[in-house]
Design a protein around this ligand. Structure first.
Ligand SMILES: [Zn+2]
Length: 461
């Protein structure tokens, strides 16, 4: 850990009456958890039944409290941190308990160190680590210790957890398809479906325009009105279900470009939307890479960021930059922190990676409407302040190129990666999913073409 003097979570503001109430609630929760925690030899069902009556909570809820209590007993420093900071609520405690229960007694101490690291802010007023991120990071830690415990250097076959089930629903008319896929593979499916929806909608719109032109030719006296009508009226919107069927029937194509990030030191790759990939998935993706790019900071003359800038900023931010927001970068807009001035570009904020950041639509609107102001610092930290000045929080970038990067166990590797990042020689592997879905080879070539950049990246400001 670096120097964290003066660092605290944004919801630990001592003077804020709402923060005080939350901390009181967290404090009471901890006391309840400690009081509920059973001895190791207690009968589970008897204990749960008794607590359930006394607390008026379901069996599931009281067992959840018990499991958190057992976790805090196994990790006394996490318990101490929870008591001292009063910053951990039920959802965070639950994630830690669920994520670590399978860790052996020999390894729990080492794992506890990493959990403490995740729960320790590094900046004043830092936004609390979100539940999704905490869950993922604890999953990474546990997976790494599982690998060490196995100790034979084999790669776990995590794909065996994948499944696809199809079951008829009771109404007799519909069936449900449930696919459980590894994050990166699910991400590919979602991106392909989204792309196919766009293709289908474009096709339908073109067909309607064509029909309008034909009716114009056959009935010229009525034409101007009907043509205007068809163009103004949106074509029927294709659904994800339509896209799925069309892709399976090969009636449409889905062009998807995905960026996979990997340090030149190798190690695990990162995919926007799926996170860190693990050894097996990294190996799979590396075989599919079609383009390589070295990534660095840079400026562009235009309002629109270049492909390289988009990839850089997404890889740096990882998620929306509003404090605590966990919307993945690929779903975010690229926003000019200091607004771009269309009339006098030299007077406004530049299209520079240091003046660009990821914002989800909701938080982009908050900023655009002036309800929140943001100040960006050279270390990548952002300070967000509400319009009435009462609320402020700090957010830090969390993508693979964030500079402080992922918490790995191998400090040597981390240091090496950091040194490389300073020299701006991160690798960014541009990857086209052309093997799964049919796509034009020409489109693939266009990826590096500035003209073709980021149709789906609509920066505002
Ligand atoms: Zn957001």
């Amino acid at each position: 850990m670096g120097d964290t003097t003066g660092a605290y979570w944004a919801h630990q503001q001592p003077e804020d009456p709402l923060s005080q109430k939350l901390r009181a609630s967290n404090r009471a929760l901890l006391a309840l958890i400690e009081a509920c925690c059973p001895e190791g030899d207690a009968d589970v069902e008897y204990h749960a039944a008794t607590l359930s009556i006394r607390l008026g909570l379901s069996r599931g809820k009281v067992l959840q409290l018990c499991e958190i209590g057992l976790m805090l007993r196994r990790m006394p420093r996490v318990a101490e941190l929870a008591r001292e900071t009063e910053a951990l609520g039920l959802s965070h405690l639950n994630i830690i308990a669920n994520g670590t229960y399978a860790i052996s007694d020999e390894q729990i101490h080492a794992v506890e160190n990493h959990v403490i690291g995740l729960l320790t802010p590094t900046r004043p007023r830092q936004a609390m680590i979100g539940p999704r991120k905490l869950n993922t990071k604890i999953g990474d830690i546990v997976a790494e210790y599982d690998d060490r415990a196995r100790g034979d250097g084999t790669i776990p076959q995590i794909t065996t957890a994948e499944s696809v089930t199809i079951a008829a629903l009771p109404d007799g008319k519909y069936s449900q398809i449930i696919a459980t896929l590894r994050n990166d593979r699910a991400h590919v499916v979602k991106q392909a479906l989204d792309a196919a929806v766009t293709t289908l909608n474009n096709k339908r719109r073109a067909e309607l325009a064509e029909q309008a032109r034909e009716s114009e030719a056959s009935a010229p006296e009525k034409a101007p009105e009907s043509a205007a009508e068809s163009e103004g009226k949106d074509a029927p919107r294709a659904t994800l279900a339509d896209a799925l069927i069309a892709l399976i029937r090969q009636q449409t194509t889905a062009d998807v470009v995905l960026n996979v990030y990997r340090s030149p030191d190798a190690g695990e790759a990162w995919l926007d939307g799926a996170g860190w990939l693990g050894a097996l998935a990294t190996a799979e993706w590396m075989r599919e890479v079609t383009h390589l790019r070295l990534s660095g900071d840079g400026a562009a003359e235009s309002y629109r960021p270049t492909d390289a800038q988009v990839a850089r900023v997404r890889g740096r931010d990882g998620t929306c930059r509003f404090p605590g927001c966990e919307a993945p970068a690929h779903q975010c807009d690229l926003d000019h922190i200091k607004p771009y001035n269309h009339d006098a570009p030299e007077e406004g904020g530049p299209t520079d990676t240091e003046n660009l950041h990821c914002l989800c639509r909701r938080h982009h609107n908050l900023k655009t409407h002036g309800l929140y102001n943001v100040t960006a610092y050279s270390d990548g930290t952002e300070l967000w302040t509400s319009v009435d000045g009462t609320t402020a929080a700090t957010s830090v970038p969390s993508g693979p190129m964030a500079g402080f990067g992922r918490q790995t166990f191998d400090q040597r590797l981390t240091r090496k990666t950091k040194a490389r990042q300073k020299n701006y020689i991160d690798w960014l592997l541009s990857f086209s999913v052309s093997t799964i879905f049919v796509m034009d080879e020409e489109d693939e070539e266009d990826w590096d073409d500035e003209e073709d950049q980021a149709d789906h990246d609509e920066p505002q400001n």
